[in-house]
Design a protein around this ligand. Structure first.
Ligand code: EPU
Length: 330
């Protein structure tokens, strides 16, 4: 297999694939979708590879859509509607919005990946989720090769999920966002509130800078240490399980959700099991955030996977909870 994927995944895994195509227009995507090589092989659509673990080589066809552009669709004195193509780098767009005084995504600063993959998995951080500013998603149906449009309420957005992730039938072409022209800081996340406590008039730029500072302090930069952000999702448990955990662990960390459900931070559980900063061979958890698995240089995808399974087993043994991967395992 000739195509090396090392620069296409932020874990820096030296995996290979059989076919690899970048497409910068809808016509190019259609051409790829019609090709014999695409039709006769297993398929994978990737963005910037910031949420993927290549456990093995991929014996199939990888398509990387990379359409560029930001278009203003409409504008009033209160808000602006922008259509952003999938290949735009998410954080460049976040910076662009702060520079132009378009508000709503400043809490999502510095998240790796592009606009298509950010939409695909409904990125979230520091009290915001991308779904809250999405109006519509333009896609191409992989089978029919026709364009299909999904208004926000048809996207089935959920915690790190969407209809696009659940069905794997569509390639995201662009996302339309509505952003506000008046700034209302979202300081729901206590760490962000603390970071900004001495500021009198908080601007979106202040929020962006504070988020960047928090992320840099807690999360490893994938350009320096291979990683894909949170490896697992924070599990959601029912009231009965929550009460059981609360009895067993005085220091239990949790967020209460509607419907008597609770989100338990996986990073906290992993740390409780003694995994924070632990390293086995080339793989470890980050010493400042146990939810991040890192490649110390020469790890194979399978080594990282085996390490993650050990963590999963420990958490299950201690808490009776099966962690679910946030990272897509190939
Ligand atoms: N915690 C520990 N030990 C750790 C890590 C976390 O005790 O090693 C505790 C923290 O003290 C805190 C709680 O767990 O009380 C939550 O930690 P944190 O605020 O760092 O966030 P998280 O729940 O681990 C989630 C997202 C992150 C996002 C942050 C901030 C998921 C899977 N992860 O992490 O998203 O940046 O909240 O909003 O929901 C990502 O998806 O890749 C990602 C980094």
């Amino acid at each position: 297999m000739k195509n090396n994927l090392k620069t296409y995944n932020t874990f820096n895994i030296n995996a290979k694939c059989k076919y690899f195509f970048k497409c910068s227009s809808i016509e190019e995507i259609r051409k790829c979708l019609k090709s014999e090589d695409f039709l006769n092989n297993s398929k994978l659509i990737i963005g910037e590879g910031s949420n993927i673990l290549f456990k093995n080589n991929f014996e199939g066809f990888i398509l990387k859509p990379e359409l560029k552009g930001i278009k203003i669709l409409s504008e009033t004195s209160e808000n602006i509607t922008l259509k952003v193509y999938n290949g735009e780098i998410w954080d460049d767009f976040a910076q662009f919005c702060v520079n132009h005084n378009y508000y709503g995504i400043e809490n999502l600063s510095l998240i790796p990946g592009n606009v298509g993959s950010a939409t695909f998995q409904n990125i979230g951080a520091y009290g915001s989720e991308i779904k809250d500013v999405i109006v519509e998603v333009e896609t191409i149906n992989i089978q029919t090769r026709k364009l299909e449009y999904f208004k926000r309420n048809k996207c089935k957005f959920d915690y790190r999920s969407s209809i696009f992730k659940k069905k794997q039938k569509y390639i995201i072409i662009s996302t339309t966002f509505i952003l506000s022209k008046s700034f209302q800081p979202n300081l729901e996340y206590s760490g962000l509130r603390d970071e900004l406590k001495d500021k009198i008039n908080i601007s979106a730029e202040n929020v962006r800078n504070a988020v960047i500072k928090i992320r840099r302090a807690k999360l490893p930069n994938p350009k320096e240490i291979g990683n894909a952000g949170s490896f697992f999702k924070n599990p959601i448990v029912n009231n009965q399980k929550f009460l059981e955990l609360k009895c067993k662990f005085d220091d239990l960390k949790y967020y209460q959700l509607p419907n008597n459900e609770y989100k338990i931070p996986a990073g906290w559980m992993i740390e409780k099991c003694g995994w924070k900063g632990k390293q086995i061979g080339n793989v470890g958890t980050y010493h400042k955030q146990a939810l991040i698995i890192v490649n110390y240089g020469k790890a194979t995808g399978n080594e990282i996977f085996q390490f993650s399974q050990k963590i999963k087993k420990s958490v299950f043994d201690e808490f009776g909870i099966t962690l679910e991967e946030e990272v897509k395992i190939i």
